[in-house]
Design a protein around this ligand. Structure first.
Ligand SMILES: Nc1ncnc2c1ncn2[C@@H]1O[C@H](COP(=O)(O)OP(=O)(O)OP(=O)(O)O)[C@@H](O)[C@H]1O
Ligand SMILES: [Mg+2]
Length: 318
């Protein structure tokens, strides 16, 4: 099995080195097509690739002696070789903060970046995380395999995780379905990648360039490259809620420029979610659209407020 991966890696080397396509995360990479770049990281033996994102590749790995399974994000080589960036090491600092956080709705992160030699002899930075055996939320959005009650439960638990992050002064900045992990039995619901954010204004530009990242979940202020706070995450969370409950993104745009215009313009009104899913109650319509107000002052001001409404809704009090 390992040899198969190793030779596929050789075949794919050129392809993998290239920049991801713009908005490439809509096109899921088949884990079988991902080359295996390392055989182990510290005591962990790499067993299989899970997926590829904007910053690197995530692998499932096992410490056989202690029988511990983890997920390891191996950062792309640009995070190892760029001296300027290494000096600033925004990642290292943010990860230390992220690793100090602990909540049942966020993925636990080990508090060191392990440096490990890859199969080509390059030193790679690796982040070790709790492994979630399941899928990210995008799969459930596409498969439409959850009941209303399950969707509401998942959203409420994610909102608890988001509230915890914000209480700890961490703005995620990359809230999207791919960064929400759900275990197969739906018992574990966790936010991931919260330590990879960057607090200066160039974050958005660099992130879009480096990751070919999507604008689909960005708030109007994030798209405008303006200052942003926790309320920006609430807008992005609103898009995820809209997509989960309706199966549809709230913007009708088919190209990037139009998408950005619709997300930013106060004259572009989102349709009521219940138009696309009749099981959505007027109260849930109101909650989703309040999270999606274009001006931050008019949205939920905190995840605590949003959580309160979601909890009331679950208890059918609104
Ligand atoms: N701790 C984890 N346990 C299990 N699967 C994970 C874990 N972390 C990430 N994954 C999965 O690995 C895949 C790649 O994740 P990655 O974060 O690299 O990409 P992404 O979320 O699509 O993009 P981005 O780089 O913008 O976060 C995703 O499918 C994600 O669901
Ligand atoms: Mg991710």
């Amino acid at each position: 099995m390992f040899l198969k991966w190793f030779f596929r890696k050789k075949d794919n080397e050129k392809k993998a080195g290239g920049a991801p396509e713009p908005d490439g995360e809509d096109k899921a990479t088949n884990p079988d097509d991902i080359p295996l770049e390392l055989t182990h990281v510290g005591p962990y033996e790499i067993v299989a690739p899970i997926g590829r994102g904007g910053m690197g590749t995530v692998y499932k790995a096992i410490d056989r002696q202690r029988d511990i399974t983890v997920a390891i994000k191996v950062l792309d080589r640009r995070y190892d070789v760029d001296k300027k960036r290494r000096k600033r090491d925004y990642l290292g600092r943010e990860i230390l903060i992220a690793a100090s956080l602990e909540h049942e709705n966020i993925v636990r992160l080990h508090n060191e970046i392990v440096e490990q030699e890859d199969v080509n002899g390059n030193i790679r930075r690796c982040l070790i995380m709790e492994y979630i055996d399941g899928h990210n939320l995008m799969k459930h959005i596409q498969d439409r395999d959850l009941t209303m009650a399950q969707m509401l439960d998942i959203i409420t638990r994610l909102c608890r995780g988001l509230d915890y992050l914000h209480q700890n002064k961490v703005v995620h900045r990359d809230i999207k379905p791919h960064n929400f992990l759900i275990s197969r039995d739906l018992q574990k619901v966790k936010i991931v990648d919260f330590g990879l954010s960057k607090s200066d204004a160039s974050w958005r530009t660099r992130r879009l360039r480096e990751t070919g990242g999507t604008r689909k979940y960005m708030s109007p202020e994030q798209l405008a490259n303006g200052s942003l706070d926790a309320r920006s995450d609430i807008f992005s969370f609103g898009i995820v809620m809209y997509e989960l409950f309706t199966g549809k993104h709230p913007c009708s745009a088919t190209d990037k420029n139009e998408l950005v215009r619709q997300l930013r313009s106060s004259s572009y009104k989102f349709e009521l979610p219940s138009k696309y899913n009749p099981s959505i109650t007027p109260a849930l319509d109101r909650i989703i659209l309040k999270a999606l107000r274009k001006h931050p002052d008019r949205r939920y001001q905190s995840a605590t407020e949003l959580l309160l409404d979601l909890t009331r809704l679950a208890e059918s009090r609104i």
